[in-house]
Design a protein around this ligand. Structure first.
Ligand code: FES
Length: 284
């Protein structure tokens, strides 16, 4: 154990001596570089290298010259008196182009999105029409005979939700009177076939007008306008009868043309003479 401690101490001492020697060499080199004086080791080394007795003064002079050169090389170049370093300006043109490009691209992107959205909406609108949605021609989904049978048995309109329309029977014996009402001209063909298509929207302020099973009229819950089975106004603030859609009957099938709501008959029109058949659903 004792020999191990001794070995450690010896190694530590050798390391300390080596570090001291290195530090001294470094200090001598630094001193030589800054003062131009040659370290004793340098002189000794030169002597050994040349094998001659070089003049110490000459060596020191050479060392000072090299030190001076080193100093000059390390000193930053002084600015010439009276001169000011020029500031290099930002290239405004280049900057403006970039900004312009940015805005141009932003505007183009916005335009593209807007046009795309508009186009998609237009296509969806046209597709809905061509596909038979509201605003176009809508098949009733039943034959004329079936619809009239439904009306008679259930004592209520045949409702077509896709067309927002009530299909009700029109008495054939009243067609001559209907022919005298100018507002009925666009829908007269349906009346002659025995059917009327009534738009569910109240001509007063647009509420959906429900059917009243007791009075057998349409009665608006919003302001109590009332209409007979064929949509002629019987009371309330509405300015006319319920609006109509034209119907087409082909091979017995009924199609409702919802592209144009035709204005209902004027106040006072009563082609069927249908009175209330029971208590009202709205008002007294
Ligand atoms: S909305 Fe129907 S009566 Fe006013």
């Amino acid at each position: 154990m004792g020999w191990l401690i001794l070995a450690i101490v010896l190694v530590a001492a050798l390391a300390a001596v080596a570090a001291l020697a290195a530090a001294r060499r470094q200090a001598a080199a630094t001193r030589s570089a800054t003062t131009g004086r040659l370290a004793a080791e340098t002189v000794q080394a030169d002597r050994s290298a040349t094998g001659t007795d070089v003049d110490r003064a000459e060596l020191e002079a050479a060392g000072r010259a090299r030190a001076q050169e080193t100093k000059q090389a390390a000193t930053p170049a002084a600015r010439a008196a009276g001169t000011v370093a020029e500031r290099v300006p930002v290239d405004e043109e280049e900057l403006a182009i970039s900004r312009r490009q940015f805005f141009n691209r932003g505007i183009l992107a916005t335009l593209a999105v807007s046009v795309g959205t508009l186009g998609a909406a237009a296509i969806a609108f046209l597709y809905a029409r061509s596909a038979g949605g509201f605003g176009g021609k809508v098949k009733a989904g039943a034959s004329l005979a079936d619809i009239l049978a439904f009306n008679e048995e259930r004592r209520e309109p045949y409702y077509v939700p896709e067309a927002r329309t009530y299909l009700v029977p029109y008495p054939k014996e009243d067609v001559p009177k209907a022919r005298k009402v100018p507002q009925y001209r666009p829908v007269l063909a349906g009346m002659e076939a025995g059917i009327v298509a009534l738009y569910q929207k109240c001509p007063h302020l647009g509420c959906k007008v429900p059917w009243c099973p007791t009075s057998q009229w349409f009665e608006c819950p919003c302001h109590a306008s009332k209409y007979s089975r064929v949509g002629e106004k019987r009371g309330g603030p509405a300015p006319r009868g319920m609006d109509h859609f034209a119907v087409e009957i082909s091979g017995g099938d009924v199609t409702i043309d919802t592209s144009t709501p035709w204005p209902g008959a004027p106040i006072g029109t009563d082609t069927t003479g249908q009175g209330a058949e029971g208590p009202p659903c709205v008002g007294g």
